[in-house]
Design a protein around this ligand. Structure first.
Ligand SMILES: [Ca+2]
Ligand SMILES: [Ca+2]
Length: 322
């Protein structure tokens, strides 16, 4: 355990200021109804917990995060057509709409992670049963039916995490990371496994999220002791993936025993010291009250001190997002 802690500490040092600031929203499968959690890269804390079941929609044992489309954070229920649009910073409810899909999968898909790519919603959907192939479903962001879905030619692959990284569609299964291959025939694809190093073999792999501005791919995994957030470096030619720990999520407030089946990336707004998506008086006060201190919340440029530079970041962005 001590070695593990040292490892996290060292990697945190090495990776300081490497990340683009932002938030990784995590699902938490294993509770009924489930919650979703926001991990803040700047402060290194789980700083928001949302309970979608309180809004009166169908309760779910796993609210699978999809993605941020520039305005909303999309959250789906594990086994229902409803999609929720949330404030991407606070997680507050904004709206809900029906998620169209093929009737043949309704009630049987237990959908997991997802992403928005070229205006379409992609979701990982494990097989209906052990004898049928896994599915990745496609809809569009307005919920209009596309009736497009893709099977896999590998019944043994049960997708959990799903993310586009450039022109590569990646999925995780419980114990492997794969790149999807789209062959010529429609509705069927295959996958090639990448050799994944860094993640302990006892961990179940979960959601994937990609920050295009920082060119950073994130992965969540867990075992019975807790969950870990990783950054993954891909080598498509060598078909390898190297994971480096970003943080021990359970030490930061993510409950042990839950599975982070989905991960969603939302970039931070410059100058937003209190992480509510709006740069205003509250951010100014956050910086002023911490002036001169080593305070991660107010240290917007992550140089270890709250000073003029952080204050200017608030002032230059004042009013943004409000
Ligand atoms: Ca703010
Ligand atoms: Ca600073």
């Amino acid at each position: 355990m001590r070695q593990l802690m040292l490892c996290f500490g060292m990697s945190a040092l090495l990776l300081t200021n490497v990340y683009a600031d932002g938030y990784l929203w995590l699902s938490g499968a294993g509770e009924m109804p489930a919650r979703v959690f926001r991990y803040n890269l700047r402060t290194g804390q789980i700083d928001r917990v949302v309970e979608p079941g309180r809004w009166g929609f169908v309760q779910s044992r796993d609210y699978n995060l999809l993605a941020y489309d520039g305005n909303d954070l999309y959250v789906g229920l594990e086994n229902d057509r409803t999609l929720l649009k949330l404030n991407p910073y606070t997680g507050a409810f904004r709206s809900a709409f029906a998620y169209q899909m093929c009737n043949c999968f309704y009630g049987h898909h237990w959908m997991k992670d997802g992403t928005i790519h070229n205006g379409e919603i992609w979701r990982a959907a494990p097989a209906h049963s052990t004898s049928s192939p896994g599915i990745v479903h496609v809809s569009d962001v307005a919920g209009e039916p596309t009736n497009a879905f893709y099977g896999m030619n590998r019944p043994d692959l049960q997708p959990i995490g799903l993310e586009w990284v450039g022109d590569a569609l990646l999925i995780t299964t419980a114990n492997g990371l794969h790149r999807v291959n789209f062959p010529d025939e429609p509705l069927v694809f295959g996958a090639v496994q990448y050799a994944l190093s860094g993640v302990p073999s006892g961990h179940t792999l979960g959601g994937l999220a990609y920050d295009p501005a920082g060119d950073a791919l994130y992965l969540a995994s867990a075992d019975s002791n807790g969950a870990t957030l990783w950054r993954v470096q891909l080598n498509h030619d060598a078909q390898t993936a190297t994971a480096t720990p970003v943080d021990n999520l359970t030490l930061k407030g993510y409950p042990a025993g839950l599975q982070p089946t989905a991960l969603g990336w939302v970039p931070a707004r410059a100058g937003d010291a209190n992480d509510d998506g709006c740069v205003d008086d509250a951010d100014l006060l956050e910086v002023l009250f911490a002036f001169g201190a080593n305070n991660a919340q107010a240290d917007l440029n992550r140089d270890g001190t709250v000073d003029d530079a952080d204050l200017l970041e608030v002032l230059f962005n004042f009013g943004s997002g409000c």
